[in-house]
Design a protein around this ligand. Sequence first.
Ligand SMILES: Nc1ncnc2c1ncn2[C@@H]1O[C@H](COP(=O)(O)OP(=O)(O)OP(=O)(O)O)[C@@H](O)[C@H]1O
Ligand SMILES: [Mg+2]
Length: 326
Amino acid sequence: MTAEAEIIAGLRDAGLTGEGDVVLQPLTGGVSCDVWKVETPTGPIVVKRPLPQLRVAAEWLAPVERGTSEVRWLRRARGVDPRLAPEVLAELPTGHAFAMRFLPGCPVWKDELMAGRVDVAFAAQVGTGIAAVHAATAHNESDRADFPNDEMFRALRVDPFLLHVARHDAELAPVLTALADDLSGRKIALAHGDVSPKNILVSADGPVFLDAECAVYGDPAFDLAFCTTHLLLKAVWSGDARLNDAAAALVDAYRAGIDWEDADGLMLRAGKLTAALLLARVEGKSPAPYLTDPEHKNIVRDQARALIARPSPLGELVANWKRNLA
Ligand SMILES: Nc1ncnc2c1ncn2[C@@H]1O[C@H](COP(=O)(O)OP(=O)(O)OP(=O)(O)O)[C@@H](O)[C@H]1O
Ligand SMILES: [Mg+2]
């Protein structure tokens, strides 16, 4: 049986499809997974199956078990607030695939931002949503036990985003290596691991977070830094000041939700991580695909390098972030 036929059989066994023909219609995206939309008698669903190897040049290896982490994260986030993630309908027996409800009429946030539709209030909702999951899972032994994904987080996040740059930059290597060790060592709350605008749907009820394959019990500052990085890169790409405002709103709203540790300490960690992630997006293994203009790259690189050498808390970093050379 082909993998597709197995998926269809799994959907039937889970009672999700009727007796008629079932068509797996590929959805866009997908460097790490096959993602299909499937029409069913009770409405459209999405089926996602992790690939054993990512479809990117660097070919990071990643275990297919990350499908299981994603399902766990989606369920846990819905336990915090059902608006934050799609409902998981079934886990299928083939290759850690799962089915979730399709959210109709919800654009991907990245597409909105790239089209110049910048909603600062929505950015604040993103900050509030991430902080809610962190607050609910902070210092929680059962969540810690459910997401023991340190090895995967190291392979998919710490190594490509921090250590890869360290290996190619002798000057920054000591700082970046120390940052990587610090990040790997913190076990504070459940991090999503891939809070990027391309993994957030814009629904009438606020942000819906997808794609939690890199979820790990670790440092919540990582999620905040990861998402802020994307907004700051897009500010340079577009020159649009509203993206700086969106980043500031995200950070402020997140900060207001911190009730599990000293907010200043977290903001400083997030500032350091953001500086490193900004540099990784112009020099690392996973460059921002839209940042191709050499001048844009220089603007990001120069600020990021200065910030790695002299860190500032994330709020200050965002307030001082320059979109252009003027
Ligand atoms: N439940 C859903 N409802 C509506 N659309 C969805 C849903 N899940 C996924 N999608 C769409 O499919 C796309 C890919 O999903 P997802 O990000 O989970 O997969 P991925 O393979 O990890 O993608 P990528 O590697 O591009 O981030 C999303 O950007 C979104 O457009
Ligand atoms: Mg995605």
